[in-house]
Design a protein around this ligand. Structure first.
Ligand SMILES: [Zn+2]
Length: 499
């Protein structure tokens, strides 16, 4: 179980009864949710506890919310002790913010210097949301609403955040539907609840979602319009414990990679399918990216439940014979119609790309209007991808990665780990990692033959016996087979040697 980090976030309204709220854009270079818009906020730090203890009714989450808002956008929700008024922008706030960001000043000292105190009444609690299990980095975030104090302005200083802007929920959701911005899933949920409303009404509007969460129902996770991610527990190859299923489409809806075998997880997924059908998005087909057990566990259950066919590449169908009946083949280049697109300019579709290497029948799917790539196991956000012979083929895998590089992908949605808005970097890093491993293998090879076991021990030091070690040996074998084909390595009874 990963650690869950406490955090706070503020939905800041531009004024009393204003529909506009402040959104920040995370820098595209950040690994976690880089390039996504979100509400300002961040982690609780140890100093927040001390401040909270000194003021009745104030919690650590309140302090973290107020401090993060000041650090990220320069708005200070603190009041003068004597008058109860807010400080204004002219009162050395930018200089103090700079010192705070440079760790030259603590937030407690800043408050003391201006003779300010914090009032829990300035923040209205909305909901606590926990990052779903797709991410190893998980936050338990307390969301609040607040109003911009008179005389202050919100401003992002480029760094971890690249920009900030005031938008009504309706305007921001429209930009999102048009594919012009990426927005973090909890922010989408909050903006949906804010549609046509004022921030003051948010807590009340969020009541149904709070009830849903209290009942243990998974709140929808939208990473792009009409793209719902459903992360489910599936014991795959270490370190992956979850597989992301995706529900994609408007008029026609496809379920990609329903992985779980566990009955409880299957029931969760069937519940999601029922909710979606009730919302007018009945399932059209189950689609498998490849044949591995952590991608197919609920395929038959879901297909029967919804009365829809199972679709996959012919090679995947062969490998699943006797286990999962594949009703229709998907050939490279096939287009799966998704119905009228959320952006309102015609229809949208998924294009099937045959990307062998990890598995012989592996398919990835490209959606051209939002430039999404459903990557299956081509890349993982948790580790490098396992290439295990005889099904795994390193040369084919590298060719497939290079082919994906030719697509102008904006958002990469993998089967394991969180989506990435830096697909070019992710693909480049995957290739670079393989190149590094190949160089290590070439250095380990000698003119005298060495067994695979010995080479694996040298390349993957410190692995204990068991599945992980077997996988390491298979990865080395994949590398050796690639070198053999290139005429750089030779196999004989005693092992592998350099040519
Ligand atoms: Zn796989």
């Amino acid at each position: 179980v990963s650690d869950i980090i406490e955090a706070s976030s503020i939905v800041l309204a531009r004024g009393p009864r204003s529909p506009e709220v402040y959104l920040v854009c995370r820098s595209p270079q950040l690994r976690f949710m880089g390039g996504f818009h979100a509400f300002p906020g961040g982690k609780v730090n140890p100093e927040d506890h001390h401040i909270a203890q000194s003021i009745p009714g104030l919690t650590t989450r309140h302090v973290a919310a107020i401090r993060e808002l000041f650090e990220e956008v320069g708005v200070l929700l603190a009041r003068h002790r004597a008058t109860g008024t807010f400080p204004t922008a002219v009162e050395q706030l930018p200089a103090l913010r700079r010192e705070l960001l440079a760790d030259k000043l603590s937030f407690a000292d800043l408050l003391q210097r201006l003779n300010l105190t914090l009032d829990p009444g300035d923040l209205r609690p909305v909901v606590n949301l926990v990052t779903p299990s797709f991410s190893p980095l998980r936050f338990d975030t307390a969301f609040f609403t607040a109003v911009l104090p008179p005389g202050q302005e919100a401003e992002v200083w480029p760094g971890e955040l690249s920009s900030g802007c005031w938008h009504s929920a309706d305007a921001m959701l429209q930009l999102w539907e048009q594919g012009e911005v990426l927005v973090a899933p909890p922010t989408i949920a909050l903006l949906e609840a804010l549609r046509g409303r004022m921030a003051e009404e948010l807590a009340e509007r969020f009541q149904p979602i709070r009830e849903m969460l209290a009942a243990g129902i998974m709140a929808p996770i939208w990473f792009s319009p009409a793209v719902r991610m459903v992360p489910l527990f599936c014991q795959g190859l270490a370190p992956s414990t979850h597989t992301n299923a995706y529900l994609v489409g408007t008029g026609r809806v496809y379920l990609l990679d329903p992985g779980p075998v566990d009955p409880g997880e299957q029931a969760l997924l069937l519940g999601v399918l029922d909710d979606e059908r009730a919302a007018g998005r009945a399932l059209s087909a189950v689609v498998l990216t490849h044949h591995h057990p952590d991608h197919i566990g609920a395929a038959v259950v879901c297909a029967r439940h919804a009365g829809v066919p199972i679709l996959a590449h012919p090679r995947t169908a062969d490998l699943l014979a006797g286990k999962v009946p594949v009703d229709r083949f998907i050939q490279p280049g096939d287009k799966l119609d998704l119905g009228p697109a959320p952006h309102g300019r015609g229809r949208w579709h998924l294009e099937a790309l045959h990307t062998p290497g990890h598995a012989p029948g592996h398919l990835a799917f490209y959606e051209p209007s939002y430039r999404l790539l459903f990557a299956g196991d081509m890349v993982s956000m948790l580790s490098s991808v396992v290439i295990a012979p005889p099904e795994g083929d390193l040369s084919l895998y590298l060719d497939s990665l290079r082919r994906l590089q030719t697509y102008p992908i904006r958002l990469l949605l993998p089967a394991h780990g969180g989506p990435s808005a830096r697909p070019a970097t992710v693909l480049e890093e995957a290739l670079a990692h393989r190149h590094k491993r190949e160089q290590q293998l070439l250095q380990a090879l000698k003119p005298e033959p060495r067994p695979v076991k010995e080479l694996a021990e040298e390349l993957y030091r410190g692995l204990s016996a068991g599945v992980v070690k077997q996988l390491a040996e298979l990865q080395v074998l994949a590398g050796l087979q690639k070198l053999q084909r290139a005429g750089q390595a030779h196999f004989e009874a005693a092992g592998w040697r350099l040519i």
